[in-house]
Design a protein around this ligand. Structure first.
Ligand code: GDP
Length: 448
């Protein structure tokens, strides 16, 4: 749901463009006006908006001709690349110390989601990088902060070092000693935030920085603040120096202003984005993917990552092979439901597949998330023979009546399930038969 309205507006403008075989200067001017308004409305800093539209316009009017794309598509590509550029171009991850313990200091205003982000990052480091992580509770300004970090630590089973409300510098010193004695790979230090930037906080942060000599100083910024987030980031950066930003609350109504302003205004690379209440909702930030998401090009990479994270590879491979053969049956469909449930909601997944959104609408109405349970009950009311051989169900209305009765559903529900099986078969056959070029074209032109 990142910057939905920006996304919607840009997509509308882009969709109109992709169909165009010819574009003159006036078309481009008009289009840039729309892009400009969408960005301003999304609370992107006006300097960025200005240079953004200027650059897109120059390139669009330039004579760069790309093979295989019509003029409209070329402009879409230019906009995409420019979005990527303002967000930093390349993804930048955590720089781990090659030998020894990596230290991460976190800074940020109160309420920016710092404590939550520390917990999420610890979980991420354990899961993705197989690191043993210690969190040090050195936010002694807000009494509840230590308690909060401990609660999170318990919840996700990550160790917390704390000594109560004594001087932060002492806690950090002792905590680091404890960490190296106990062979932790990564230490994350929570520091004091304030509602606003003030001298005292900055001094404390400078002192802590001096003690920790951190490999990373990560700043949490609340994406819901819009472009103001970029100004806050700049102040922190000017005084403390940050090596990266964590954009929090990306699940809220973020409009996009923060994500598109921070890099240019503060010069801090965005390293993570955080979206939601769950402790596993932290993602490495990829400008390319975010640009694609904003333009509704889907997000194949995130999709693939989600699939590989949550599904056994062999299981997925078997499933794909099954899907491409004719003997895909109700047992397989049931397995598929279970896989999909594990991966998250169907609709979320569909959004990740470039351009397939519209095409899959049919399948989506046939199988929406809430119907999974009902369908499982229906499949459970079938005999093993019927599950293995869907034709038996197809050919006999008596069987369908019996199944409906047995599952406490209507015959129409059984028919829907029957259709769902067929739609699934067709859909995956179609995807399986697409060659690389077709998939690529689908990515470039989501409206096709
Ligand atoms: P801190 O004061 O900077 O340590 O901020 P907290 O971690 O306590 O977070 C402040 C509030 O924002 C809490 O109510 C969190 O639940 C909420 N929050 C933090 N991260 C996210 C996020 O990614 N999405 C949403 N929706 N809320 C978040």
């Amino acid at each position: 749901t990142t910057s939905n309205s920006l996304s919607d507006k840009l997509q509308m403008t882009m969709r109109r463009l992709t169909g165009r075989g010819k574009l003159d200067e006036k078309d481009i001017e008009e289009m840039m006006r729309e892009v400009r308004l969408s960005l301003l409305e999304a609370d992107v800093n006006f300097k960025i908006v200005k240079s953004f539209t200027q650059s897109v316009k120059e390139q669009a009017l330039g004579e760069k001709i790309l093979k295989g794309l019509n003029p409209g598509q070329q402009v879409v590509k230019i906009v995409h690349d420019e979005l990527k550029k303002v967000m930093g171009d390349e993804a930048e991850g955590i720089r781990f110390k090659i030998n020894g313990m990596t230290t991460i200091m976190t800074i940020g205003l109160q309420g920016s989601g710092k404590t939550t982000a520390i917990g999420k990052m610890a979980v991420w480091l354990r899961k993705k990088e197989k690191k043993k992580v210690l969190m040090i509770a050195a936010d002694v300004y807000r009494p509840a902060a230590i308690q909060q970090l401990q609660t999170i630590g318990k919840q996700v089973d990550i160790d917390v070092y704390q000594e109560g409300l004594i001087d932060a510098r002492t806690i950090v010193k002792n905590g680091l000693k404890y960490a190296s004695e106990n062979k932790y790979d990564v230490v994350i230090v929570d520091t004091a935030g304030r509602l606003n930037i003030d001298e005292e906080m900055m001094q404390e942060l400078k002192d802590v920085k001096e003690i920790v000599k951190p490999d990373e100083i990560l700043l949490t910024v609340d994406a819901m603040m819009g472009q103001e987030a970029a100004n806050v980031a700049k102040s922190f950066h000017d005084q403390i120096g940050a090596t990266g930003a964590i954009l929090t609350k990306m699940d809220g109504d973020t409009r996009g202003g923060a994500a598109l302003s921070i890099r240019e205004i503060s010069n801090i690379p965005i390293k993570f984005s955080s979206a939601g209440e769950k402790m596993d909702s932290l993602e490495a930030f990829h400008p390319e993917r975010m640009a694609s998401r904003i333009l509704g090009m889907g997000d194949m990479l995130t999709f693939i990552e989600q699939v590989t994270d949550n599904i056994d590879e062999d299981e997925a491979k078997n499933m794909m092979e099954k899907l491409m053969t004719d003997d895909f049956n109700y047992n397989d469909l049931m397995k598929q439901f279970k896989m999909i449930k594990r991966m998250g909601s169907m609709s979320k997944l569909l959004g990740f597949i470039p351009g397939l959104g519209a095409k899959l609408k049919q399948a989506r109405t046939a199988i929406d998330d809430k119907q999974f349970d009902k369908m499982e009950v229906i499949i459970k009311s079938m005999t093993e023979e019927e599950r293995k051989n869907p034709k038996l169900v197809d050919q006999s209305s008596k069987r369908r009546e019996r199944i409906a009765k047995g599952s406490g559903t209507a015959v129409s529900d059984v028919n829907k399930l029957k259709e769902a099986l067929e739609t699934q078969k067709k859909m995956f056959k179609k995807m399986a038969s697409m060659d690389e070029k077709e998939l690529e074209r689908l990515q470039k032109d989501p409206s096709s």
